[in-house]
Write a protein that binds this ligand. Structure first.
Ligand SMILES: [Zn+2]
Length: 229
């Protein structure tokens, strides 16, 4: 009889151990499954312009859009990487992506960017730009999404809302934009015009490191919110 009791206790222990192990397995299995789609998304960050294409120019500082876009792209890269998000950059220096022998440098440059997006296995695209307008009073960040791209629109709305938290001048709502960088892919993508280099007050903010960090944090938060939808 005593022997039987010990055996029963052993059996109880083994059953409990199995239950715990199965429980842990199910827990971690489900957790991994739930996180899998967005476990480590890949974002292509595209610093607009470059090389002979300087883009807009700061009215006061003379900074080129190509240069400031690269600064924002690099800061955004750091912020996203710190959140565990993979980043692929279309350019990492001031040069354009075109071949010096290309007959149409702009076309060659844009096609290279498209190829980087295609080969990156990315989940979404963020193109970084600065705005300019003859009317110097125009200001405010504006997020665009690709034509008929509903997920792009949701991503744009999420990012625009967070930019409004940083700047009272950030535009209300998002805009559909006929931009090659957004329409060359079916991925959700946004083109962020961080502000107007033609507005002296906004230009001063845009070139400051503190504002750049705040705006890049806002874009990153908008991306995280998009994944939580
Ligand atoms: Zn631009």
């Amino acid at each position: 009889m005593k022997f039987f009791v010990i055996k029963k206790r052993h059996l109880c222990f083994v059953l409990c151990a199995i239950l715990v192990l199965v429980g842990l397995g199910v827990y971690f299995g489900l957790t991994a499954q739930a996180y899998q789609p967005n476990l480590s998304p890949t974002v292509v960050i595209d610093a607009g312009h470059g090389g002979t294409d300087g883009g807009a120019v700061g009215r006061k500082t003379g900074i080129t859009e190509s240069e400031i876009n690269l600064q924002y792209a690099q800061t955004l890269k750091e912020v996203l990487q710190n959140l565990g998000i993979n980043v692929v950059m279309t350019r990492t220096d001031l040069n354009g992506l075109y071949s010096p022998f290309a007959s149409n440098k702009k076309k060659d440059d844009m096609e290279k960017r498209k190829r980087i997006i295609e080969e990156s296995g990315a989940d979404l695209v963020v193109s970084v730009h600065m705005n300019a307008f003859p009317l110097s009073s125009s200001r405010g960040a504006q997020v665009f999404y690709g034509l008929n791209n509903q997920r792009g629109e949701a991503l744009a709305a999420s990012v625009q809302t967070r930019l409004q938290d940083v700047s009272a001048y950030a535009k209300e709502g998002v805009k559909e934009g006929d931009f090659y960088i957004l329409n060359c892919t079916s991925l959700p993508g946004i083109l962020v015009e961080f502000g107007f280099l033609s507005n002296a007050e906004e230009e001063a903010l845009l070139v400051s490191e503190d504002y750049r960090k705040q705006m890049c944090d806002a874009v990153a938060l908008g991306i995280l919110n998009f994944y939580e939808m």
